[in-house]
Write a protein that binds this ligand. Structure first.
Ligand code: FAD
Length: 492
């Protein structure tokens, strides 16, 4: 059977379904082809289930120190089966909501494995999609535009193939039935750090091994150092500048032993399990791109600012295009591609002006630039940032001035009993422009929204500092750090 649409989207993750909803809002006929479950990595194997587990871990951690808050909670018991049940209930609730949205927007959802085909009897242009349906039947979808949103998968290490018993990636780890007593986490990036925090709160003995000089090396160095300090204080073993010899790893029914080179010295790590979190690769294999002129490099699809591939009617959004692997980036790029297809102009600018020019009487939501994207790392402590790190700003030639404010000096943080961490502001010494905001501490991932708005609106640091922040709130720390840039913080 052949069906025709304005837009076909290959992959129903957050990028794909966001593009679909926006295209439908703009009057397009839309189909999503999804081989697994609508919602993709974020909903089923990423952001949501991991945050649900983290919430239980955090609560468990807090209950263990409940005496501090005047509450005697003897025999606090972790029921990991119930933790997993709750996680699944959270996912199911959001999954239902998403299915409703897709129906409401009259988007056809076709469950099956999709492959892109070249020029054929169905269409003189490449980009039609052949779908192998679950019942073995086939269907061909022909569209004016194709959006590829096939996401990414965990990168593996040879010698440590995931078996769901001793060796995990985040995908198997999310389905853990029983917690190991000890674990080695290979990779100190966002996913590795989140799991280190979560498992440590659940009582697992954690060692985290990172090849680079610091954990979460894309963050400001002061933030990375503070994270390492706080992890060590919690009893997490942090090995940086260290590499594992996976070729000499031994996996048995009793556990894993893993030789590791730590700062020029050999060591042997032993644990019940290993979590491999060394990054993710684009899902581009076996999808028929060789039938098109779409350029794929190192497993990722090359795109321009409008998310167009080298075949201008084919777009690629989200993890598969090799940009920032974040759910909100995928969603944003989906909106951007849909608006570009629908002829909403000016959608790919990098600041407020481009947004205002984006048509339909209102600024487009598709204002985009790496310095505007908030980055969040969950766990204890939370980390969030937007804009350039101090080093990036200096490397770009800015003369910078810095403001810092510690949560120790903040009333709300003391009330919460969460005084670790700080807010750091990087500003342009010549123009007062805000270059970056970095938070490590309580609810950083919620607080960063204010800094992201400030970046989008091109605010000066003193404008945010002068904004009246309610008391007592965690957001006061942002105001105080902004004032601290000019030595005007009232509380430090
Ligand atoms: P995906 O969500 O991966 O969706 C791609 C979809 O395409 C999948 O459903 C797949 O089945 C489908 N597909 C692939 N090939 C085909 C085919 N041939 N035919 C049909 N369908 C196909 N990001 C955040 O911003 N915040 C977080 O807190 C966060 N936490 C994370 C935690 C973990 C453990 C992981 C792994 C990731 C996390 N991320 C987080 C990253 C985030 O999940 C991804 O950036 C986001 O899901 C990318 O969305 P996407 O639409 O590009 O791809």
């Amino acid at each position: 059977m052949t069906r025709t649409y304005d837009v076909v989207i290959l992959g129903g993750g957050i990028g794909g379904y966001s593009a679909a909803i926006r295209a439908a809002q703009l009057g397009k006929t839309v189909a999503i082809v999804e081989k697994d479950k609508l919602g993709g990595t974020c909903l089923h194997r990423g952001c949501i289930p991991s945050k649900a587990l983290l919430r239980s871990a955090e609560l468990y951690g807090t209950m263990k120190r409940s005496e501090e808050f005047g509450i005697a909670a003897e025999s606090v018991t972790l029921r990991f089966d119930k933790v997993q049940e709750r996680k699944q209930a959270v996912v199911e609730q959001l999954y239902k909501g998403l299915q409703f949205l897709i129906k409401k927007n009259k988007i056809d959802l076709i469950i099956g494995n999709g492959r892109v085909i070249g020029p054929s009897i169905f269409s003189p242009r490449s980009g039609a999609v052949a779908v192998e349906l679950a019942d073995g039947e086939a269907e061909t979808l022909v569209s004016t535009n194709l959006i590829v949103a096939t996401g990414s998968s965990p990168r593996m290490l040879s010698g440590l193939q995931p078996d769901g018993k001793r060796i995990f990636t985040s995908e198997e780890a999310l389905e853990l039935v029983e917690l190991p007593q000890s674990i080695i986490i290979i990779g100190g990036g966002v996913i590795g750090v989140e799991w280190a925090s979560m498992l440590s709160d659940f009582g697992v003995k954690v060692t985290i091994v990172e090849a680079g000089q610091h954990l979460v090396s894309s963050e400001d160095e002061e933030v990375s150092r503070e994270l390492e300090r706080l992890f060590k204080k919690r009893g997490i073993k942090v090995l940086t500048s260290s590499s594992v010899h996976t070729d000499r790893a031994e996996v048995s029914e009793h556990g894993v032993s893993l030789p590791v080179r730590v700062k020029e010295k050999d060591d042997l790590l032993e644990a019940d399990a290993v979590l491999v979190s060394i990054g993710r690769q684009g899902n581009t294999g076996n999808m028929g791109f060789e039938n098109t002129d779409v350029r794929v490099e190192n497993g990722f699809i090359k795109v321009n600012h409008q998310m167009q591939t080298t075949e201008s009617h084919i777009y690629a959004i989200g993890d598969v295009n090799g940009g920032m692997q974040l759910a909100h980036v995928a969603a944003h790029e989906g909106v951007l591609a849909a608006e570009h297809i629908a002829g909403v102009s000016g959608a790919a600018g990098s600041g407020a002006t481009a947004g205002a020019a984006a048509g339909l009487g209102k600024p487009s939501s598709a204002v985009y630039g790496a310095h505007l994207v908030p980055r969040c790392i969950y766990g204890r402590p939370e980390i969030a940032s937007v804009g350039w790190t101090e080093k990036q700003a200096r490397d770009k030639g800015f003369e910078v001035k810095i403001g810092k404010f510690s949560f120790k000096a903040l009333g709300k943080a003391v009330v919460l009993g969460e005084t670790d961490g700080f807010v750091k502001v990087v500003a342009d010494a010549k123009t007062d422009d805000l270059l970056g905001v970095h938070i490590i501490g309580p609810h950083a991932t919620d607080s960063i929204g204010e800094a992201a708005v400030a970046q989008l609106l091109d605010a000066a640091h003193w404008e945010v500092g002068r904004t009246i922040h309610a008391h007592p709130t965690l957001s006061e720390a942002i105001g105080e750090a902004m004032l601290a840039v000019d030595g005007r913080s009232l509380s430090m």
